[in-house]
Write a protein that binds this ligand. Sequence first.
Ligand code: DMJ
Length: 670
Amino acid sequence: MTGILPTYQRFVNGVPVPSISRRSFRLREKYLIVSVLLTFGIVWLGALFYLPEFKSSNSVNDSVYNVYKRIQKAGPELLMPPPLAQNDVGEFPVVGMVRHGEEGDDPHVVEDRNRLRAKIEEDMGMKVLERPQFDVAPSVSSSRGPSKPPVDAIEEPAAGNNAASKDVSPAGPKADSSDKFVAVALAPGADPEIKHKLETVKKMMMHAWNNYKLYAWGKNELKPMSKRAHLSSVFGAGELGATIVDGLDTLYLMGLHDEFREGRDWVAEHLHINEIDSDLSVFETTIRFVGGLLSCYALTGDTMFKDKAVEVADALLPAFDTPTGLPFALINPSTKASRQYHWAGPNSILSELGTLHLEFTYLSDVTGRDIYRQKVNRIREVLNNIDKPGDLYPNFINPRTGQWGQRHMSLGALGDSFYEYLLKAWLVSGGADEQARIMFDTAMQAALDKMLRVSPSGLAYLAELKYGRIIEEKMDHLSCFAGGMFALASTTLDNSLSERYMDVAHKLTNTCHESYARSDTKLGPEAFRFSGAVEARAQKSNEKVYLLRPETFESYFIMWRLTKQQRYRDWGWEGVQALEKHCRVEGGYTGLVNVYHQNPQGDDVQQSFFLAETLKYLYLLFSDDSFLPLDEWVFNTEAHPFPIKGKNPLYREAPKPVPLEPANDENNRI
Ligand code: DMJ
């Protein structure tokens, strides 16, 4: 047998190796085999756990890899409790304080804690003190993915955080209502005609929202005539849900809570700005996204909104890395590369870099992270210290050199909201930011002296300046916010300009209304001129469009609230009827190509600011004064309401970490 069967004698380095067909091993051999197997096992497992790239889809280890992923996700907290989060300045929260979004928000843990407290109080006969809340600034990575809304945060009907409104809430006052915005837009018994107007605007919002939801959900904007997503909007084709983020606070204020919840959940699960690999405008992203999210945070207290605002603002920060600290215009959140608009050469735009102050300051206050405030304070410093031609600010400035570009000044496109934010930074700070108010008054004195003109028939308008001279007898629709701005400036500080401000406010708002009244559609053109016989009418074809813009309605709202002149409400209602007649289509609301046509063609775009601003201002125009009162709220330039610091309890400033008491040796001596 042996001669027939192969012996399988093996050799290693010429030395014969004993055959494994032998019936048993010696002890030393057993140890050797076991240790080889063990080593192999450890190396194999190690590779699985530490080299995730081994996860190739055809790997036989898919299921093991899933386990690896789960363990990796759970992290070291499987074995040990998570460390205390550090804030921006490297400080840890004071031990013993509750971290928002963890214990503080879980109803079961809260219930357990309350039961425990009651037991201690009962057993020990002593009172357990409530621990103060402490908000820890979330890290960018931890803010990904859905987070739970606070219990009951979005269940209530919309409506004011003031005492007067409590009795009239249709749902009745709620025990925890002080933590969120709960006023009603109109008190019961309101004039049925006003109620009808308010309800009409609310239905418009539902039409705009429902169609966006149907045809473009998650995309930035809707093409209401073609009933598909608008992929070339200011935010491009990426899935940033601009209409959702911009429209959310309007939904909340109108009491459209199912819609609000859908939008809120989309934001929690799908808004991931760092995945966007295209250029975004730092300004637009700030006013619409950071502004919209912060407003929702203020109104509801839902910390998901604050976390998302941080995520978005952090994605913008690389744009500020310039020699002056003035930001570039565009940023790619994925590559972190920033650049300027091609048409602006090396320059940034005044209205863009000057319209970040409210959002960044408020974000610093609610998170306790100073970085955002530092960025906009730096911009303020540069603009305050630079030489200003005739006390005005040119529209272009180079962030590398800190030098002005061409000396073109405007309260319309390229300049507008920079001036608006000087006033509003002062207002929202509760008057603390005095520098902003001084800069505002100085610039406005110059603007009124040099830009304010009156047409032959007596219409006041704001013209454009270049090198100190009027270059165009033209006013942009965008400048129509100025009526409201001057009225706010007039009523919030009594100074040598107050009377003039209010006079100009009435006159400019009237002119903007004239630009509407003189069109066939009763909607205003993008720009209107005053030359010869032409007054308050567009002349060039690109000026004849109406883009669903809000500025004129914004001024009607502010003027109504501050002066109570009926004409402002009447003009607003004319606007509602014109929108319904010409802009409403089956698939939403469209802008118009020419406001001077009886049956104008649509531009097939439902702008996100139509939901954020136009409909919000029209709704507010027909609401009670106690609904978002102007002495408690300031609207950012995208109509997202921010609470006024020191006056509005919904400001939600993050408490400063309490420094630990230095040990007192005298008292501690035994
Ligand atoms: C909005 O995005 C803001 O109001 C901005 O300040 C100017 N343009 C649009 C609306 O017209």
